[in-house]
Structure formats: structure tokens, C-alpha cells
Design a protein around this ligand. Structure first.
Ligand SMILES: C[S@@+](CC[C@H](N)C(=O)[O-])C[C@H]1O[C@@H](n2cnc3c(N)ncnc32)[C@H](O)[C@@H]1O
Length: 272
């Protein structure tokens, strides 16, 4: 994570991110986004499904060599299927771009996005695939959005744990109306203070949610001696969770997370 990651767009403009797009966290998060969205779309019907991504990033990023290699064994998965045309063009799609592929043409009004970064926001605005919210922050977008019970919100500001005490009420309020997938960069492995803060967050989340269902998966930030983990927290709306096929969705998400972790462990445990 030192120094961040910088790239050049085809038009020569440069941009920077704190991480390499298509890292194991993106793969885990996007695999779940694709599978949850497919499931909700089947439940709600194509025209009744909306997606909100208030921290959407850019529509696509240049594809790194590591990402391309990581995706090879996942080619036949739902994520692999929706990524294929982007990978073939040496690009990595953001989650909202994958949703646009799943939802099909004519869905731009139902795919709402926002990003604080002006360059990424311009790229979102010039894409025909999305509606870009008019706001000053992703948190404001989240507070203003009025989702339906079969919609999906991705909350992925990268470092949610840095601001969880302030923003958890907004996340919990969103969960009252719809299903939410929250991404967390979990640095608990870096020391006692981080671990304590993460435990405080989990206790606050569990206290607020009571016995409502949730599913959490994580993936090591690096195959080589990781000190951090990417974590995804699925907080389904109660109407989705009441559907008889909901247990099958959870099993599918677990299987996906385990398969991704199997790939990471192969690189982590033995070296040649
Ligand atoms: C991890 S990236 C998002 C990745 C994206 N969801 C994807 O699937 O590729 C986090 C993004 O959140 C944006 N961001 C950070 N704080 C924000 C805020 N308060 N409001 C809106 N966007 C914010 C950053 O500019 C960055 O593009």
C-alpha cells in the first residue's frame, strides 16, 4: 500500500489510487456484487432493480498484469463472465460497470453513482451507463437515496473503518430500506489498537442488527505474509432474507469467497 498506484488513461491523463485496481479485495467484492445483483434481479425483475454506488471510482481502470493472472482461474465464474470483455480490452471494470452489464441497456436511470474525486466523477458523467448524483459527498448521496427493498447499495469508500463512528448510523439507516454490501479494509493484523477498534465496530454493528442475517467474508490483502484483510459485509434487507431461495444465495456467496481464498492460499503457503 506504500506510495499508492498511478496509471495513465488512453488519452494521456494520469490518475492515482491508494491500491491496485483488481486486487484480491476488488475480486471478492465484485464477485459478491455480481452474484447478489443477479439474485436480486431475478427476484425483483429487471425493471424493478436499482443500484446505488456513492463511492463508485472510475468506470474502468487499466488492467494490471497481476489482476489479469488472478482472474484466469475465475474465468468461468459469474464475475469472470461479466469481466471477460473488459479483460480482453486490458481494462478492469468498477462494480457499477459490472452492474450496468448485468442490468442491460436502458438501465442508466436505475444505476446511480457518485465519486468525490473530480476526474473519476467526470468519467462517470461521460458514460452513458450511469446517472451521477448531484451532491458534495457519497454520504450525502446515501442519505438522500430512496431505495426499494430489492435494490442493492455498495458502500465502498475504501477506508470505512477510519470513519465508522461517524458514518455507521447512515449505513444502518440504508439497511432499513434495502440490501447493503459494505467493504472494509481491515488492518486488525497491524496491532492491538486496530484490532480493538475493529471489535468495537463489529459490536456496534451486531448490537444494532440484532439477529438479522449477515454474511461476512475476507481475503488477505496479499498472498505474501499479509497484515491486513479485505472484508465484505453483506447486510440483506429482511424482505430479501425472507425469500425461500435466500439460503442458496448465502451458500453461493460462501463458496465463492472460499474459492477466492483457495487461490490466495496456494500462492501464500508454498513458494518455488
Ligand atoms: C475503493 S474506491 C471505489 C471502488 C469502486 N466501488 C469499485 O467497485 O471499483 C473508493 C472511492 O471512494 C471515493 N471517495 C472517498 N471518499 C468519498 C466521499 N466522501 N464521497 C464520495 N466518494 C468518496 C474515492 O475517490 C474512490 O474513488
Amino acid at each position: 500500500m506504500t506510495g499508492g498506484w498511478e496509471w495513465k488513461y488512453q488519452d494521456g491523463e494520469t490518475a492515482a489510487l491508494l491500491y491496485e485496481p483488481g486486487n484480491w479485495g476488488d475480486i471478492l467484492k465484485d464477485a459478491w456484487v455480481v452474484e447478489i445483483a443477479q439474485w436480486l434481479l431475478a427476484l425483483a425483475g429487471r425493471k424493478n432493480f436499482s443500484y446505488l454506488d456513492p463511492f463508485a471510482g472510475a468506470p474502468v481502470y487499466p488492467l494490471g498484469k497481476n489482476t489479469a493472472k488472478r482472474m484466469l482461474p475465475l474465468a468461468r465464474t459469474p464475475l469472470g463472465k461479466y469481466c471477460a470483455k473488459f479483460l480482453a480490452g486490458n481494462l478492469w471494470p468498477c462494480a457499477a460497470t459490472l452492474i450496468a452489464e448485468i442490468a442491460g441497456t436502458g438501465s442508466a436511470e436505475r444505476i446511480q453513482v457518485f465519486d468525490l474525486d473530480p476526474l473519476r466523477r467526470i468519467r462517470l458523467e461521460t458514460s452513458p451507463a450511469f446517472s451521477v448524483a448531484d451532491a458534495i459527498s457519497g454520504w450525502e448521496v446515501l442519505r438522500k437515496f430512496t431505495p426499494g427493498k430489492n435494490d442493492l447499495i455498495l458502500i465502498d469508500p475504501y477506508d470505512f473503518l477510519a470513519e465508522w463512528r461517524e458514518q455507521l448510523p447512515t449505513v444502518l439507516a440504508a439497511c432499513e430500506s434495502t440490501s447493503v454490501l459494505l467493504y472494509i479494509y481491515n488492518r486488525s493484523g497491524k496491532g492491538k489498537e486496530r484490532l480493538r477498534d475493529y471489535r468495537d465496530f463489529r459490536n456496534a454493528l451486531d448490537d444494532a442488527r440484532g439477529n438479522r442475517p449477515k454474511l461476512i467474508a475476507r481475503a488477505a490483502s496479499d498472498a505474501f505474509l499479509p497484515s491486513a484483510h479485505h472484508e465484505v459485509i453483506f447486510l440483506p434487507h429482511e424482505s430479501a432474507a425472507a425469500y425461500r431461495k435466500f439460503p442458496a444465495l448465502l451458500t453461493q456467496l460462501e463458496t465463492t469467497a472460499l474459492a477466492i481464498n483457495d487461490l490466495i492460499s496456494r500462492a501464500a503457503i508454498v513458494e518455488r
